[in-house]
Write a protein of this length. Structure first.
Length: 189
């Protein structure tokens, strides 16, 4: 099971693209409502979360995904159960993925120290001040079981990277071809 955390103000494409692509790959994904079951994105899209935050468990969890969006990731950063789940997932070696401003949450938790990472340019200083090695020439990267991506424009590359991490390059490539999507850089391997 993969969980995508949704808080009011989440960036639409940063949550929906990974959800869509992973489901196309046959991965079981659930959205977890952090600010309630009805969650409104940064651009006014209201979605119904699959489960409440308190139903998220690391038992059988394959990955946690933290979308950006200034309202969304700021709320995630202030939500203790989210922070505990992320820390415990990292300690257990469960992949944690974050995009846009959300990698700053990982950095503040100390999870990016001496690791390669990318994020939205305005939060790069948070990553750097917490010991991350910011990769300004990449839009998606991973270091061990932590996957980070730059911004909304990286959302599909991010989504394919998540599939590749969970099911392998061939699975990601099969979905990419069916979607007729051409990657901009080598992000799947």
């Amino acid at each position: 099971m993969v969980y995508i955390f949704l808080a009011d103000g989440f960036e639409d494409i940063e949550a929906i693209a990974p959800l869509d692509v992973m489901r196309r790959a046959g991965i079981e994904v659930r959205t977890a409502g952090v600010t309630g079951m009805s969650v409104t994105s940064a651009n006014g899209l209201t979605v119904q979360a699959d489960i409440p935050l308190d139903a998220v468990t690391l038992d059988g969890c394959e990955m946690l995904v933290l979308p950006g969006g200034s309202g969304g990731f700021v709320t995630l950063d202030k939500t203790q159960p989210v922070l505990e789940l992320v820390k415990n997932a990292d300690a257990a070696g469960i992949p944690v993925a974050a995009i846009c401003g959300a990698p700053s949450i990982l950095a503040k938790l100390g999870l990016l120290k001496n690791r390669r990472a990318v994020c939205y340019p305005s939060v790069e200083h948070i990553l750097e001040s917490n010991g991350a090695r910011v990769q300004r020439d990449e839009t998606v990267t991973h270091d061990r079981h932590i996957i980070t991506a730059q911004a909304a424009g990286s959302s599909l590359d991010f989504a394919f990277k998540l599939v590749s991490m969970l099911r392998g390059w061939n699975a990601a490539e099969a979905v990419r071809k069916k979607m007729c999507y051409k990657i901009r850089e080598k992000t799947l391997t």
